[in-house]
Design a protein around this ligand. Structure first.
Ligand code: M6R
Length: 366
């Protein structure tokens, strides 16, 4: 069942190139220059007439929603709000009949997300689901949807569900951008070609596994860890922190890199490892200066950098390289080393990686 891997989580991390290829199948038609998604095509007018998109989800799926917010607003120029489903359902939200609500859920069984969907439907919104489990409750309750086709995810810590959710949402954003004319033809085709290279780039990112193991060994006994990222990679920082918390029980927090000076910088001393996503595209110089601030306070720096980077390497205690890609797609590669880092730390600490304490794979209670 685990295909030779020690844990489902590791198997699922390594499945990401093929899972994303499955997400693309029949949808990403690079040679024809089209993205085909029946759930979007059949409801194109609803999407194009939407004044805004509201995304509801929990946990890792909520992080995928945050990445999607950046992608939708950047490419399709549609305002997006991302809400924790649990908050949305209890705060009398303003939802209009011309809003599109996207609910993201790997299991399709999360009680809070289901309740948010029901509320949005009562208010007349069109609800689109992004689920992994075919025939799940949420996939049946939504008006339309697109499956991630990641295959079964057994590990409680979500990995391939996250990257395939981002993949589906990117396809939708590009499709809408094309239909709206908010992206040029050249840019659209460039994005399609680049999407096609992502599974191969994730393979390359996975090749850092042994190097990441060494970094994990070095930091496995810390009590706290900070994760920083900016722009498209800010939600990746949140996701990296969640992965570490869930399976290793180390306290971790994710922050937008520039927020550090508004509080968290006070935590930094020689005991504090800081994982910084500092890829070349996306506010690189600003992130490098954040790294300098951490270094001058003796913080330990683990940089997630673009292949061939030298500036961060000079400052950091460790760097982990990922292949270059266009900025909007960087989360798909920068996520990989963070998954591996938390996996190895948890294994070294002897934790139950696939079934961490107090957690269930699908949270069907409030
Ligand atoms: O099945 P869902 O995507 O609706 O689940 C949402 C969260 O419960 C889930 O992502 C949780 O945060 C994971 N354990 C994260 O790894």
């Amino acid at each position: 069942e685990k295909n030779g891997f020690d844990h489902f989580m590791l198997k699922e991390i390594y499945e990401q190139p093929s899972a994303i290829t499955d997400t693309y199948r029949g949808r990403l038609l690079v040679d024809d220059g089209i993205i085909r998604m029946a759930g979007v095509d059949d409801n194109l007018e609803r999407f194009l007439n939407a004044k805004r998109i509201v995304i509801v989800a929990c946990g890792t799926s909520w992080h995928a929603g945050l990445v999607a917010e950046y992608i939708f607003e950047d490419l399709a120029r549609i305002p997006v709000e991302v809400e924790y489903a649990s908050e949305f359902r209890y705060r009398n939200p303003i939802i209009n009949s011309d809003d599109v609500v996207i609910a993201i859920s790997q299991s399709g069984e999360t009680a809070d997300t289901m309740a948010a969907i029901k509320l949005a439907k009562e208010k007349g919104a069109f609800v689109f689901g992004v689920c992994n489990v075919v025939g799940s409750s949420i996939s049946r309750e939504t008006n339309a949807g697109a499956y991630t086709h990641a295959g079964p995810e057994i590990g409680v810590a979500s990995t391939k569900a996250f990257t395939t959710q981002i993949t589906v949402l990117t396809l939708i954003a590009l499709k809408l951008a094309k239909a709206k004319g908010s992206i040029s033809n050249t840019d659209f085709h460039m994005h399609l070609r680049e999407l096609e290279t992502i599974p191969g780039k994730i393979e390359i990112a996975l090749n850092s596994n042994e190097h990441i193991k060494k970094i994990a060994f070095k930091y496995k006994d810390v009590r706290n860890c900070l994760y920083l990222g900016r722009g498209f990679n800010f939600p990746v920082a949140l996701e990296g922190a969640l992965k570490l918390k869930e399976i290793s029980y180390i306290h971790a927090e994710g922050y937008p890199a520039a927020e550090m000076k508004h509080g968290p910088i006070a935590l930094i001393d020689e005991e504090m490892p800081v994982v910084v996503i500092a890829t070349r595209k996306g506010h690189y110089e600003k992130v490098v200066s954040n790294i300098q601030e951490i270094k001058s306070r003796q913080g330990k720096i683990i940089g997630i950098v673009t292949e061939g980077d030298t500036s961060v390497r000079d400052l950091a205690d460790f760097v982990i390289e990922v292949p270059d890609t266009i900025e909007a797609l960087t989360p798909l590669v920068t996520t990989i080393p963070l998954q591996l880092l938390s996996y190895h730390i948890a294994v070294m600490l002897g934790k139950n990686v696939d079934q961490p304490r107090n957690l269930a794979k699908s949270v069907t209670v409030e």
